[in-house]
Write a protein that binds this ligand. Structure first.
Ligand code: 5AD
Length: 359
């Protein structure tokens, strides 16, 4: 089936909700926000239930060849001390995630060509042969054949944010990169049977409400399984140091609209969002979010994975983060899932023989 047909089929399956309807939602006034949030909470309840999925993230390298104007890992940032975890350190972090009963690990890095596709494949195979855990990869843009190798090695999911669906803004913020390449990567990943996560930043300099509506529209078209949405936070050692941060209300509004437009999507209360206000995570969980990521990167390097400043939990042991989350979710009467928290459209995906064991 061509990509065009996939979109058409999905549109037939889903309720009709076009771009203009999404813009209308963004135009709801501040006074109407409580109503919008309450609607999103109901849709969350009906479609993904009360369970919260915790994911363990391991940031294994902060080397990056990209030049993204917003990101602290950009290769021009010479102030940043770079690190790569050894495979031993990575496996240790994975073991810790398993001990703490996580059912998903996210292996994330900057775009670091030092890792050959086969290195990463071997790592996936090693983990999968020892642990009953889902693997999300998040290592940026790579060739389709590399994505295929990792999928065949057992990777379940891939996280590649589209960052902004505004092509002109994208070009400006990511010199040397193309929006179409990004979209091609996302289609390749879908086609290879990954559960695909994407997402965008809110409040980027030059971003309009229409452009945010396009973000939601694009995620709907791609029919993604996870939407990572957080505020833009200016990093002092980037060209956007003096631009204002995205606003909390607009970020929360975007989360709620995403839940309304993609009812079954996994929607994290992102770390970036959590840095904005003491109760931002609680708010997000009450307007559509159902996922939280817990950082399992070793404390010795944690502060060096500095995408944006003031990352919450930066020097916190995962046990401490987990305890705080348990208190919060107990309070919200939201049980923590003991399951993998796979995407909810599994039946639609082609399966790869090796994968059958895990699902
Ligand atoms: N503010 C907020 N989010 C950022 N990211 C990168 N830089 C920033 C920033 N300054 C996000 C991007 C990227 C993810 C790893 O972190 O969305 O995909």
């Amino acid at each position: 089936m061509s990509q065009f047909n996939i979109v058409q089929e999905k549109n037939k399956l889903n309720d009709v909700m076009d771009y203009d309807a999404i813009v209308d939602l963004f135009n709801w006034s501040d006074e109407q926000l409580p109503e919008l949030f309450a609607k999103a909470d109901v849709i969350r309840q009906e479609n993904v239930g009360e369970e919260v999925h915790l994911r363990a993230i391991i940031e294994f390298s902060n080397y990056c060849v990209s030049h993204c104007l917003y990101c602290g890992l950009r290769c021009e940032n010479r102030k940043l001390v770079r690190y790569r975890l050894s495979t031993g350190q990575i496996y240790q972090a994975v073991q810790k995630a398993v001990d703490l009963k996580f059912k998903t690990i996210i292996l994330q890095s900057g775009e670091d060509p030092n890792y050959r596709a086969t290195d990463i494949a071997r790592m996936i195979e090693w983990i999968k042969s020892r642990h009953d855990i889902a693997i999300t990869l998040s290592v940026g843009e790579r060739a389709r054949e590399e994505y295929r190798l990792w999928r065949e090695a057992g990777a379940d999911r891939y996280l590649l944010k589209h960052e902004t669906a505004d092509e002109i803004l994208y070009q400006r913020l990511k010199p040397g990169r193309s929006f179409l390449d990004r979209i091609r990567c996302l289609w390749d990943l879908k086609d290879l049977g990954y559960q695909v996560g994407s997402g965008n930043m809110v409040g980027l300099p030059g971003q309009s409400i229409e452009s945010l509506a396009r973000d939601v529209f694009l995620m709907r078209e791609l029919d993604i399984e996870m939407a990572g949405i957080g505020p833009f936070l200016p990093h002092p050692d980037t060209p956007l140091a003096n631009d204002p941060a995205g606003s909390l209300p607009l970020t929360l509004k975007t989360l709620a609209i995403t839940r309304l437009c993609l009812p079954t999507v996994h929607l994290p209360a992102t770390t970036a969002l959590t840095t904005m206000a003491i109760d931002a995570r609680r708010q997000a969980m009450q307007l559509g979010a159902n996922v939280v990521m817990v950082n399992l990167t070793p404390l010795t390097v944690r502060d060096k994975y500095c995408i944006y400043p003031q990352k919450a939990e930066i020097i916190e042991e995962p046990e401490i983060s987990l305890n705080k989350l348990k208190i919060l979710f107990n309070d919200l009467r939201r049980p923590i899932s003991g399951d993998y928290g796979h995407g909810l459209k599994k039946a639609n995906r082609p399966s790869i023989e090796k994968k059958e064991v895990m699902i």
